[in-house]
Ligand binder design. Structure first.
Ligand code: HEM
Length: 486
């Protein structure tokens, strides 16, 4: 050590390292001050919303991820009001928990707030999927997707969805199952027939397999290096694209137009230019809709089983409602129909209350496309704006005793703009009717035939990425003892 210090090079190194020891923190402080200045500086006459931006770079990200997200939002709401600023995941944000302000962002001035997603998610789903767009391209796609999932379009799917349920439920009997994983299988199969139609093409198994690979990397670190889950997912995405393009080509050549969303997208012509959608536009939107359709629905179904399990009287009341329908079906020797699903008021309220209580999409992201004057505050261009669905759904002013699971609260409609499990405005969910339909069909057969007990007794929530009961709610399913019901 001594020796090396005596060489000119070592001396120089020593001097440089001494300088570095002094300079690095100085530079760091200057850079941080500059960042703070840029973060907080704004024209004098314009007032940013109240709130804390936390530390330079990290903002309040650590707090959001280490605290319970509910208390993160509610603490700040109590301190700063319904509109407050913060800084998470490297972005300055404005969080919004008043129904009126959320409506402005999502509906009345939606053109000023564009949807925003991390680039990695955009790459995985496909940049031409409707989620990422605004304006004419978005509204063209939205009309097509909506048309595929209107009640008139999905009413014919009841028996196909029922067949999926009737194949799945017997595999649960006398077994311990992971509710979330089983619900994912179910919602995925429903999403596949909604996307491609009930007639199975040869490519289906390959598509399913690639989709699973893609999904595994979806919530991983976006590190595109060989061996990482993200890299594997991107490879699967490429192959999925190739397979879908072959299928699209095959359907174009055969002129086969029937068959779910794909049929609708293949038949789409731009009204003025008679333009077909390109293969990549079709592929990205099919992949996107399957993504949007299955994890969401599966998470909500998992919560429903948890709430019904914890509220046995409610479970028996739902069963009585379903048994009435069952006896008519058995008498007429037929399957479940769309009309049957329209006469399940209590079961529907259980679904509504689950969507409120669980609020699996706690918030959504938008970005200000220009400087915006908003409710007396100034939101600079580029800032993220997050309407907090969960905070609104859990506000005692709109939903008294918000932590109580009480489907009867939906006997009267909620106050306008206070209930948004499927979002609001131009980007609201086109699949809400399908999601509710598949939940009703599964609950009909489950409640009339089976009973379930939770295994492991672990209460709590995990995020994967939506909030779901701990460990995906392991349960043991048995055939129901009908004599026990009055
Ligand atoms: C219970 C299940 C579901 C929930 C809670 C849910 C919730 C939502 C919410 C809150 C949004 C709006 C996001 C935003 O404004 O940023 C949305 C958008 C969307 N959902 Fe759903 N969804 C569900 C099921 C489905 C299903 C079954 C489909 C497919 C048929 C679907 C397809 C979509 C699509 C394509 C969008 C994007 C719409 C656009 O950007 O214009 N969702 N969903």
């Amino acid at each position: 050590m001594q020796l090396s210090l005596s060489t000119p090079f070592a001396f120089a190194t020593l001097r440089y390292s001494q300088v570095a020891i002094v300079m690095v923190p100085v530079l760091f402080c200057c850079f941080s001050l500059l960042l703070l200045f840029l973060q907080w500086h704004h024209p004098k006459d314009k007032r940013l919303p109240p709130g804390s931006m936390g530390w330079p770079y990290i903002g309040e990200t650590l707090k959001l991820y280490t605290e319970d997200p509910n208390s993160f939002f509610s603490d700040r709401q109590k301190r700063f009001g319904d509109i407050f600023k913060t800084h998470i995941l490297g972005c300055p944000c404005v969080m919004i928990s008043s129904p009126e302000a959320a409506r402005i962002v999502l509906v009345t001035r939606a053109h000023l707030f564009k949807p925003t997603y991390p680039t990695s998610k955009e790459k995985m789903i496909g940049p031409e999927a409707l989620f990422f767009h605004q304006g004419p391209y978005h509204s063209r796609l939205k009309k097509l997707v909506q048309a595929s999932f209107l009640p008139s379009a999905i009413r014919g799917s009841v028996s196909k969805i029922e067949q999926i349920v009737l194949r799945l439920l017997p595999t649960w009997k006398s077994n311990t199952i992971n509710t979330l994983q089983e619900m994912k299988k179910y919602a995925f199969d429903v999403a596949m027939i909604s996307a491609f139609g009930a007639k199975q093409d040869l490519e289906m198994d390959g598509i399913k397999h690639l989709y699973r690979c893609l999904e595994k990397g979806y919530n991983s670190m976006p590190l595109d290096l060989p061996g990482t889950p993200f890299h594997k997912a991107m490879k699967a995405r490429k192959l999925l694209n190739e397979t879908l393009r072959k299928l699209i080509q095959k359907r174009r050549e055969s002129g086969r137009r029937e068959g779910g969303l794909l049929g609708v997208l293949l038949g789409a012509k731009d009204q003025e230019k008679l333009n077909q959608l390109s293969d990549s536009q079709i592929a990205d939107n099919i992949i996107g809709v399957i993504f949007a359709a299955h994890d969401t629905t599966a998470s909500v179904l998992t919560w429903i089983l948890k709430y019904l399990h914890d509220n046995q009287d409610l479970l028996e009341a739902v069963t009585r409602e379903q048994e009435l329908i069952r006896s008519k079906i058995v008498e007429a020797n037929r399957g479940l129909t769309w009309e049957d699903t329209r006469s399940m008021p209590l079961t529907s309220r259980v679904i509504q209350e689950t969507l409120r209580t669980a609020s699996i999409l706690s918030f959504t992201f938008r970005e200000a496309v220009q400087d915006v004057e908003f409710e007396g505050y100034f939101i600079p261009k580029g800032w993220k704006v997050l309407p907090l669905f969960r905070s609104i759904h859990h506000c005692a002013d709109f939903f008294p005793q918000p932590e109580k699971f009480d489907p009867s609260r939906f006997e009267v409609p909620p106050r306008p703009n206070t209930y948004m499990p499927f979002g609001n405005g131009v980007h609201s969910c086109p699949g809400s009717e399908l999601a509710k339909l598949e939940m009703l069909i599964l609950l009909h057969h489950l409640t009339t035939t089976y009973r379930w007990q939770t295994v492991g007794g672990e209460d709590g929530i995990q995020y994967g990425p939506f909030p779901v009961p701990k460990l995906g709610l392991p349960i043991r399913v048995n055939r129901r003892n009908k004599a026990a019901i009055s």
